[in-house]
Design a protein around this ligand. Structure first.
Ligand code: FAD
Length: 415
Protein backbone atom coordinates (compact mmCIF):
# COMPACT_ATOMS: atom_id res chain seq x y z
CA UNK A 1 0.00 0.00 0.00
CA UNK A 2 1.16 3.51 -0.81
CA UNK A 3 2.64 5.23 2.21
CA UNK A 4 4.12 8.63 3.06
CA UNK A 5 7.87 8.66 3.66
CA UNK A 6 8.42 9.46 7.27
CA UNK A 7 11.56 8.20 8.86
CA UNK A 8 15.04 8.53 7.34
CA UNK A 9 18.14 7.22 9.12
CA UNK A 10 21.45 8.67 8.00
CA UNK A 11 24.38 6.52 9.09
CA UNK A 12 27.60 8.57 9.21
CA UNK A 13 27.85 12.27 10.04
CA UNK A 14 30.85 12.95 7.78
CA UNK A 15 30.54 15.53 5.00
CA UNK A 16 28.34 13.30 2.84
CA UNK A 17 26.03 12.14 5.66
CA UNK A 18 25.63 15.67 7.03
CA UNK A 19 24.71 17.06 3.59
CA UNK A 20 22.34 14.15 2.93
CA UNK A 21 20.61 14.84 6.26
CA UNK A 22 20.17 18.50 5.26
CA UNK A 23 18.56 17.53 1.94
CA UNK A 24 16.27 15.04 3.70
CA UNK A 25 15.33 17.55 6.40
CA UNK A 26 14.45 20.19 3.75
CA UNK A 27 11.87 17.75 2.40
CA UNK A 28 10.20 17.57 5.78
CA UNK A 29 11.36 14.05 6.53
CA UNK A 30 11.90 12.83 10.05
CA UNK A 31 15.71 12.54 10.10
CA UNK A 32 18.00 10.76 12.57
CA UNK A 33 21.76 10.98 12.02
CA UNK A 34 23.93 8.35 13.72
CA UNK A 35 27.73 8.40 14.01
CA UNK A 36 29.99 6.08 15.91
CA UNK A 37 32.30 8.92 16.83
CA UNK A 38 31.69 11.90 19.06
CA UNK A 39 30.63 15.30 17.80
CA UNK A 40 33.43 16.79 15.68
CA UNK A 41 32.57 20.20 17.09
CA UNK A 42 33.78 18.95 20.46
CA UNK A 43 37.56 19.43 20.35
CA UNK A 44 38.31 16.11 22.01
CA UNK A 45 36.99 14.14 19.00
CA UNK A 46 39.82 13.04 16.72
CA UNK A 47 38.88 12.87 13.06
CA UNK A 48 38.85 9.33 11.74
CA UNK A 49 42.25 8.25 10.38
CA UNK A 50 43.79 11.68 10.64
CA UNK A 51 45.98 13.26 13.32
CA UNK A 52 44.06 16.44 12.73
CA UNK A 53 41.62 17.42 10.05
CA UNK A 54 43.14 17.41 6.57
CA UNK A 55 42.76 19.89 3.76
CA UNK A 56 40.92 18.83 0.66
CA UNK A 57 40.38 20.30 -2.78
CA UNK A 58 36.76 21.43 -3.04
CA UNK A 59 35.57 21.79 -6.63
CA UNK A 60 32.39 22.96 -8.38
CA UNK A 61 30.95 19.45 -8.11
CA UNK A 62 30.88 19.69 -4.30
CA UNK A 63 30.08 23.41 -4.20
CA UNK A 64 27.03 23.02 -6.42
CA UNK A 65 25.74 20.21 -4.24
CA UNK A 66 25.85 22.50 -1.21
CA UNK A 67 24.33 25.36 -3.25
CA UNK A 68 21.35 23.16 -4.19
CA UNK A 69 20.73 22.12 -0.56
CA UNK A 70 18.64 25.23 -0.03
CA UNK A 71 20.28 25.77 3.39
CA UNK A 72 20.53 29.46 4.27
CA UNK A 73 24.07 30.78 4.38
CA UNK A 74 25.65 27.33 4.11
CA UNK A 75 27.71 27.97 0.98
CA UNK A 76 28.75 31.47 2.01
CA UNK A 77 30.04 30.17 5.35
CA UNK A 78 31.89 27.24 3.76
CA UNK A 79 33.45 29.35 0.99
CA UNK A 80 34.54 32.07 3.40
CA UNK A 81 36.91 29.53 4.95
CA UNK A 82 38.50 28.35 1.72
CA UNK A 83 41.58 29.39 -0.23
CA UNK A 84 41.63 29.63 -4.03
CA UNK A 85 44.11 27.32 -5.75
CA UNK A 86 44.53 28.50 -9.34
CA UNK A 87 46.88 25.74 -10.38
CA UNK A 88 49.59 23.29 -9.48
CA UNK A 89 53.05 24.47 -8.46
CA UNK A 90 55.59 21.91 -9.57
CA UNK A 91 58.74 21.95 -7.45
CA UNK A 92 62.06 20.61 -8.67
CA UNK A 93 65.71 21.33 -9.23
CA UNK A 94 67.59 22.45 -12.34
CA UNK A 95 70.83 20.94 -13.67
CA UNK A 96 72.85 23.29 -11.45
CA UNK A 97 70.99 22.16 -8.33
CA UNK A 98 68.96 25.37 -7.91
CA UNK A 99 65.36 25.01 -6.75
CA UNK A 100 62.73 25.52 -9.45
CA UNK A 101 59.00 26.22 -9.31
CA UNK A 102 56.64 25.97 -12.27
CA UNK A 103 53.07 27.17 -12.02
CA UNK A 104 50.63 25.16 -14.15
CA UNK A 105 47.22 26.86 -14.15
CA UNK A 106 44.13 24.65 -13.97
CA UNK A 107 42.09 26.69 -16.38
CA UNK A 108 42.73 29.25 -19.13
CA UNK A 109 39.65 31.16 -17.96
CA UNK A 110 40.98 31.49 -14.41
CA UNK A 111 38.61 29.02 -12.79
CA UNK A 112 40.05 27.41 -9.71
CA UNK A 113 39.68 24.79 -7.00
CA UNK A 114 39.46 25.70 -3.36
CA UNK A 115 41.38 24.34 -0.40
CA UNK A 116 39.03 23.50 2.45
CA UNK A 117 39.56 22.01 5.88
CA UNK A 118 37.52 18.81 5.93
CA UNK A 119 36.70 19.19 9.63
CA UNK A 120 35.67 22.84 9.25
CA UNK A 121 33.37 21.96 6.34
CA UNK A 122 31.88 19.09 8.34
CA UNK A 123 31.27 21.36 11.35
CA UNK A 124 29.45 23.97 9.24
CA UNK A 125 27.18 21.22 7.90
CA UNK A 126 26.50 19.90 11.42
CA UNK A 127 25.75 23.43 12.64
CA UNK A 128 23.14 23.72 9.89
CA UNK A 129 21.48 20.52 11.11
CA UNK A 130 21.60 21.45 14.76
CA UNK A 131 18.72 23.89 14.77
CA UNK A 132 16.30 21.88 12.62
CA UNK A 133 13.22 20.56 14.47
CA UNK A 134 12.97 17.39 12.36
CA UNK A 135 16.63 16.31 12.82
CA UNK A 136 18.20 14.37 15.69
CA UNK A 137 21.99 14.05 15.89
CA UNK A 138 23.08 10.91 17.72
CA UNK A 139 26.83 10.62 18.29
CA UNK A 140 28.61 7.62 19.86
CA UNK A 141 26.09 5.36 18.11
CA UNK A 142 27.60 2.57 16.04
CA UNK A 143 25.51 0.70 13.49
CA UNK A 144 25.82 -3.01 14.28
CA UNK A 145 23.07 -4.49 12.13
CA UNK A 146 20.45 -3.66 9.54
CA UNK A 147 17.60 -5.64 7.99
CA UNK A 148 16.48 -3.84 4.84
CA UNK A 149 13.46 -6.11 4.32
CA UNK A 150 12.07 -5.53 7.82
CA UNK A 151 13.42 -1.94 7.83
CA UNK A 152 15.06 -2.27 11.20
CA UNK A 153 18.54 -1.22 12.34
CA UNK A 154 20.57 -1.87 15.45
CA UNK A 155 23.03 0.48 17.11
CA UNK A 156 25.44 0.25 20.03
CA UNK A 157 25.47 3.34 22.17
CA UNK A 158 28.56 4.07 24.23
CA UNK A 159 28.10 6.81 26.74
CA UNK A 160 31.47 6.46 28.46
CA UNK A 161 34.92 6.63 26.85
CA UNK A 162 35.96 3.77 24.56
CA UNK A 163 38.26 2.39 27.24
CA UNK A 164 35.39 1.87 29.65
CA UNK A 165 34.41 -1.71 30.47
CA UNK A 166 30.74 -0.76 30.56
CA UNK A 167 28.60 -2.83 28.21
CA UNK A 168 27.30 -0.64 25.40
CA UNK A 169 23.55 -0.09 25.28
CA UNK A 170 21.75 -1.72 22.33
CA UNK A 171 19.08 0.13 20.39
CA UNK A 172 16.61 -1.11 17.79
CA UNK A 173 15.31 1.52 15.37
CA UNK A 174 12.72 1.26 12.57
CA UNK A 175 13.07 3.23 9.38
CA UNK A 176 11.55 3.85 5.98
CA UNK A 177 14.83 4.73 4.30
CA UNK A 178 18.44 4.33 5.38
CA UNK A 179 21.13 6.51 3.78
CA UNK A 180 24.49 4.74 4.27
CA UNK A 181 27.14 7.47 4.42
CA UNK A 182 29.48 5.58 6.73
CA UNK A 183 32.67 5.67 4.69
CA UNK A 184 34.92 3.16 2.98
CA UNK A 185 34.43 0.42 5.58
CA UNK A 186 30.68 0.88 5.51
CA UNK A 187 28.56 -1.25 7.79
CA UNK A 188 25.45 -0.27 5.84
CA UNK A 189 26.99 -1.70 2.66
CA UNK A 190 27.96 -4.90 4.50
CA UNK A 191 24.42 -5.46 5.77
CA UNK A 192 22.87 -4.45 2.43
CA UNK A 193 24.96 -7.11 0.69
CA UNK A 194 23.02 -9.77 2.60
CA UNK A 195 19.79 -8.63 0.93
CA UNK A 196 20.95 -7.74 -2.56
CA UNK A 197 23.23 -9.45 -5.10
CA UNK A 198 25.85 -6.73 -4.95
CA UNK A 199 28.95 -6.93 -7.14
CA UNK A 200 31.82 -5.72 -5.06
CA UNK A 201 35.41 -4.94 -5.92
CA UNK A 202 38.00 -3.71 -3.45
CA UNK A 203 41.68 -3.07 -4.06
CA UNK A 204 44.55 -1.40 -2.29
CA UNK A 205 47.30 0.30 -4.26
CA UNK A 206 50.87 -0.30 -3.16
CA UNK A 207 51.14 3.26 -1.90
CA UNK A 208 50.87 4.51 1.66
CA UNK A 209 50.36 8.07 2.79
CA UNK A 210 51.50 10.13 5.74
CA UNK A 211 50.48 13.63 6.68
CA UNK A 212 52.95 16.50 7.35
CA UNK A 213 52.52 20.19 8.13
CA UNK A 214 54.45 23.15 6.77
CA UNK A 215 54.17 25.76 9.53
CA UNK A 216 53.70 29.47 8.82
CA UNK A 217 56.49 31.99 9.23
CA UNK A 218 56.27 33.39 12.73
CA UNK A 219 54.62 36.79 13.08
CA UNK A 220 58.02 38.38 13.73
CA UNK A 221 60.90 37.69 11.36
CA UNK A 222 64.56 37.65 12.43
CA UNK A 223 64.88 41.21 11.12
CA UNK A 224 62.01 42.33 13.32
CA UNK A 225 59.80 42.96 10.28
CA UNK A 226 56.18 41.85 10.71
CA UNK A 227 55.22 39.92 7.57
CA UNK A 228 51.81 40.52 6.03
CA UNK A 229 49.20 37.78 6.51
CA UNK A 230 49.91 36.51 2.98
CA UNK A 231 53.68 36.60 3.51
CA UNK A 232 53.33 34.26 6.46
CA UNK A 233 52.72 31.35 4.10
CA UNK A 234 56.07 29.71 3.45
CA UNK A 235 55.25 29.22 -0.23
CA UNK A 236 52.52 30.38 -2.62
CA UNK A 237 49.10 30.06 -0.90
CA UNK A 238 47.22 29.92 -4.19
CA UNK A 239 48.59 26.66 -5.54
CA UNK A 240 48.38 22.97 -4.88
CA UNK A 241 52.08 22.19 -4.46
CA UNK A 242 53.54 19.05 -5.95
CA UNK A 243 56.99 17.57 -5.59
CA UNK A 244 56.73 14.78 -8.19
CA UNK A 245 58.79 11.60 -8.22
CA UNK A 246 58.72 8.49 -10.37
CA UNK A 247 56.95 6.28 -7.80
CA UNK A 248 56.38 8.78 -4.99
CA UNK A 249 55.26 12.34 -4.47
CA UNK A 250 54.82 14.99 -1.84
CA UNK A 251 51.96 17.48 -2.04
CA UNK A 252 50.91 20.54 -0.04
CA UNK A 253 47.51 22.23 0.24
CA UNK A 254 47.16 25.67 1.88
CA UNK A 255 45.12 26.31 5.04
CA UNK A 256 43.54 29.50 6.32
CA UNK A 257 45.84 29.34 9.38
CA UNK A 258 48.82 29.86 6.97
CA UNK A 259 50.01 26.28 7.28
CA UNK A 260 50.07 23.72 4.48
CA UNK A 261 48.67 20.24 5.04
CA UNK A 262 51.08 17.99 3.17
CA UNK A 263 50.98 14.36 2.21
CA UNK A 264 53.78 11.98 1.35
CA UNK A 265 52.65 9.22 -1.03
CA UNK A 266 55.20 6.43 -1.53
CA UNK A 267 55.38 2.66 -2.07
CA UNK A 268 54.96 0.55 1.07
CA UNK A 269 58.58 -0.67 0.71
CA UNK A 270 59.84 2.93 0.88
CA UNK A 271 57.79 3.47 4.04
CA UNK A 272 59.18 0.23 5.51
CA UNK A 273 62.78 1.37 4.78
CA UNK A 274 62.22 4.74 6.39
CA UNK A 275 60.46 3.18 9.40
CA UNK A 276 63.57 0.99 9.93
CA UNK A 277 65.95 3.89 9.34
CA UNK A 278 64.14 7.06 10.45
CA UNK A 279 67.46 8.94 10.54
CA UNK A 280 67.24 8.83 6.73
CA UNK A 281 63.93 10.71 6.50
CA UNK A 282 65.64 14.06 6.08
CA UNK A 283 68.03 12.91 3.33
CA UNK A 284 65.17 11.02 1.62
CA UNK A 285 63.25 14.28 1.38
CA UNK A 286 66.30 16.29 0.27
CA UNK A 287 67.06 13.77 -2.50
CA UNK A 288 63.51 13.28 -3.75
CA UNK A 289 61.62 16.49 -2.99
CA UNK A 290 64.03 19.43 -3.31
CA UNK A 291 63.13 22.29 -0.99
CA UNK A 292 60.36 20.42 0.88
CA UNK A 293 62.42 19.46 3.96
CA UNK A 294 63.38 23.11 4.50
CA UNK A 295 59.72 24.16 4.31
CA UNK A 296 58.55 21.54 6.83
CA UNK A 297 61.48 22.38 9.10
CA UNK A 298 63.30 20.47 11.84
CA UNK A 299 60.12 18.61 12.80
CA UNK A 300 60.15 16.54 9.61
CA UNK A 301 61.40 13.27 11.11
CA UNK A 302 59.11 13.50 14.16
CA UNK A 303 56.11 14.01 11.89
CA UNK A 304 57.04 10.94 9.85
CA UNK A 305 57.47 8.86 13.02
CA UNK A 306 54.37 10.08 14.86
CA UNK A 307 51.76 10.47 12.13
CA UNK A 308 50.05 7.29 10.94
CA UNK A 309 51.10 5.56 7.72
CA UNK A 310 47.84 4.75 6.02
CA UNK A 311 46.72 2.68 3.02
CA UNK A 312 44.68 3.83 0.01
CA UNK A 313 41.63 1.84 -0.88
CA UNK A 314 39.58 1.72 -4.07
CA UNK A 315 36.02 0.39 -3.93
CA UNK A 316 33.51 -0.17 -6.70
CA UNK A 317 30.17 -1.85 -6.18
CA UNK A 318 26.80 -2.20 -7.83
CA UNK A 319 23.93 -1.73 -7.15
CA UNK A 320 24.11 1.08 -4.61
CA UNK A 321 20.65 0.45 -3.18
CA UNK A 322 18.18 -2.14 -1.89
CA UNK A 323 14.57 -1.81 -3.09
CA UNK A 324 12.99 1.28 -1.50
CA UNK A 325 14.70 1.05 1.88
CA UNK A 326 18.43 1.65 1.58
CA UNK A 327 21.08 3.41 -0.48
CA UNK A 328 24.81 3.95 0.00
CA UNK A 329 26.50 7.25 -0.83
CA UNK A 330 30.00 8.77 -0.76
CA UNK A 331 32.96 6.59 0.21
CA UNK A 332 30.55 3.84 1.28
CA UNK A 333 29.64 3.43 -2.40
CA UNK A 334 32.85 4.45 -4.18
CA UNK A 335 35.94 5.06 -2.05
CA UNK A 336 38.69 6.12 -4.42
CA UNK A 337 42.36 6.99 -4.34
CA UNK A 338 42.71 10.73 -3.64
CA UNK A 339 44.64 11.73 -6.76
CA UNK A 340 41.78 13.37 -8.60
CA UNK A 341 40.69 15.36 -5.53
CA UNK A 342 37.14 14.18 -6.09
CA UNK A 343 36.28 11.64 -3.36
CA UNK A 344 34.34 14.02 -1.16
CA UNK A 345 33.19 16.13 -4.11
CA UNK A 346 31.69 13.08 -5.81
CA UNK A 347 30.08 12.01 -2.52
CA UNK A 348 28.44 15.42 -2.11
CA UNK A 349 27.27 15.17 -5.71
CA UNK A 350 25.69 11.77 -4.97
CA UNK A 351 23.42 13.59 -2.53
CA UNK A 352 22.34 16.23 -5.06
CA UNK A 353 21.67 13.64 -7.76
CA UNK A 354 19.84 11.29 -5.38
CA UNK A 355 17.41 13.97 -4.25
CA UNK A 356 16.76 15.03 -7.85
CA UNK A 357 15.51 11.47 -8.35
CA UNK A 358 13.43 11.56 -5.15
CA UNK A 359 11.92 14.88 -6.22
CA UNK A 360 10.84 13.51 -9.58
CA UNK A 361 9.01 10.50 -8.09
CA UNK A 362 5.98 10.24 -5.81
CA UNK A 363 6.68 9.98 -2.07
CA UNK A 364 5.15 6.50 -1.90
CA UNK A 365 7.06 3.32 -1.25
CA UNK A 366 6.81 2.39 -4.95
CA UNK A 367 7.85 5.90 -5.90
CA UNK A 368 10.88 5.73 -3.56
CA UNK A 369 11.90 2.42 -5.08
CA UNK A 370 11.62 3.81 -8.61
CA UNK A 371 13.67 6.84 -7.51
CA UNK A 372 16.43 4.61 -6.10
CA UNK A 373 16.42 2.46 -9.24
CA UNK A 374 16.76 5.42 -11.57
CA UNK A 375 19.41 6.99 -9.29
CA UNK A 376 21.33 3.74 -9.38
CA UNK A 377 21.17 3.54 -13.18
CA UNK A 378 22.57 7.05 -13.49
CA UNK A 379 25.07 7.04 -10.66
CA UNK A 380 26.83 3.68 -10.72
CA UNK A 381 28.54 4.22 -14.13
CA UNK A 382 29.54 7.74 -13.07
CA UNK A 383 30.97 6.47 -9.79
CA UNK A 384 32.98 3.77 -11.56
CA UNK A 385 34.30 6.34 -14.02
CA UNK A 386 35.46 8.76 -11.35
CA UNK A 387 37.26 5.93 -9.53
CA UNK A 388 39.10 5.15 -12.78
CA UNK A 389 39.94 8.80 -13.40
CA UNK A 390 41.33 9.08 -9.87
CA UNK A 391 43.59 6.10 -10.49
CA UNK A 392 44.65 7.57 -13.86
CA UNK A 393 45.54 10.89 -12.24
CA UNK A 394 47.95 9.13 -9.91
CA UNK A 395 50.31 8.71 -12.85
CA UNK A 396 49.64 12.27 -14.02
CA UNK A 397 50.47 13.80 -10.63
CA UNK A 398 53.53 11.87 -9.66
CA UNK A 399 55.23 11.47 -13.02
CA UNK A 400 53.11 12.91 -15.84
CA UNK A 401 53.49 16.53 -14.69
CA UNK A 402 57.12 16.42 -15.68
CA UNK A 403 57.09 13.93 -18.52
CA UNK A 404 58.21 15.05 -21.99
CA UNK A 405 54.75 14.21 -23.29
CA UNK A 406 53.12 16.48 -20.73
CA UNK A 407 55.51 19.35 -21.49
CA UNK A 408 54.95 18.89 -25.24
CA UNK A 409 51.16 18.94 -24.79
CA UNK A 410 51.49 22.10 -22.70
CA UNK A 411 53.61 23.83 -25.36
CA UNK A 412 51.00 22.91 -28.01
CA UNK A 413 48.17 24.28 -25.80
CA UNK A 414 50.13 27.51 -25.25
CA UNK A 415 50.76 27.82 -28.99
P1 FAD B 1 33.74 9.66 5.80
O1 FAD B 1 34.39 11.00 5.73
O2 FAD B 1 34.64 8.46 5.93
O3 FAD B 1 32.69 9.68 6.99
C1 FAD B 1 32.05 8.49 7.37
C2 FAD B 1 31.41 8.69 8.74
O4 FAD B 1 30.72 7.51 9.09
C3 FAD B 1 32.43 8.94 9.83
O5 FAD B 1 32.04 10.07 10.58
C4 FAD B 1 32.39 7.66 10.68
O6 FAD B 1 32.64 7.90 12.04
C5 FAD B 1 30.97 7.17 10.44
N1 FAD B 1 30.80 5.72 10.59
C6 FAD B 1 31.57 4.74 10.07
N2 FAD B 1 31.09 3.53 10.41
C7 FAD B 1 29.99 3.75 11.17
C8 FAD B 1 29.06 2.89 11.84
N3 FAD B 1 29.16 1.54 11.80
N4 FAD B 1 28.06 3.46 12.55
C9 FAD B 1 27.91 4.82 12.61
N5 FAD B 1 28.78 5.67 11.99
C10 FAD B 1 29.79 5.15 11.28
N6 FAD B 1 38.27 14.22 -1.48
C11 FAD B 1 38.08 15.36 -2.21
O7 FAD B 1 36.96 15.62 -2.69
N7 FAD B 1 39.11 16.22 -2.44
C12 FAD B 1 40.38 15.99 -1.97
O8 FAD B 1 41.29 16.78 -2.20
C13 FAD B 1 40.60 14.79 -1.20
N8 FAD B 1 41.82 14.51 -0.70
C14 FAD B 1 42.01 13.40 0.06
C15 FAD B 1 43.28 13.14 0.58
C16 FAD B 1 43.51 11.99 1.33
C17 FAD B 1 44.89 11.72 1.84
C18 FAD B 1 42.43 11.10 1.58
C19 FAD B 1 42.67 9.85 2.39
C20 FAD B 1 41.17 11.35 1.08
C21 FAD B 1 40.95 12.50 0.31
N9 FAD B 1 39.68 12.79 -0.22
C22 FAD B 1 39.49 13.92 -0.98
C23 FAD B 1 38.55 11.87 -0.02
C24 FAD B 1 37.64 12.33 1.11
O9 FAD B 1 38.35 12.44 2.33
C25 FAD B 1 36.52 11.30 1.26
O10 FAD B 1 35.97 11.00 0.00
C26 FAD B 1 35.40 11.87 2.14
O11 FAD B 1 35.88 12.13 3.45
C27 FAD B 1 34.25 10.85 2.19
O12 FAD B 1 33.23 11.37 2.96
P2 FAD B 1 32.09 10.42 3.54
O13 FAD B 1 31.21 11.32 4.34
O14 FAD B 1 31.53 9.59 2.45
O15 FAD B 1 32.86 9.38 4.49
Amino acid sequence: MAKQMTKCLVVGAGPVGALAALYAAKRGWDVEVYDLRGDLRDDSTTPLNFTKSINLALSERGINSMRQSGADGLLETVLSETIAMYGRMIHGEDSKGSLTEESQLYDVHGRYQRAVDRGALNKVLLDQLEGLPNVKLLFHHKLTGADFRKKKAWFERRTASEKSNERPQELEVSFDLMLGCDGAHSGVRYHMMKAVRMDYEQSYIDTLWCEFTIPPWSSETATGRTPSAKDRFRTSPNHLHIWPGSDKMFIGIPSTDRTFTCTLFAPSATFADLEKNPEQVDSFFRTNFPGAAELVGPDLRRQFEQNPHLPLINIKCSPHHYASSGVILGDAAHAMVPFYGQGMNAGLEDVRVLFEHFDSHPTTETGQQAALESYNRERVPDAHMINDLAMGNYWEMHAGVRSRWYLLRKRIEEF
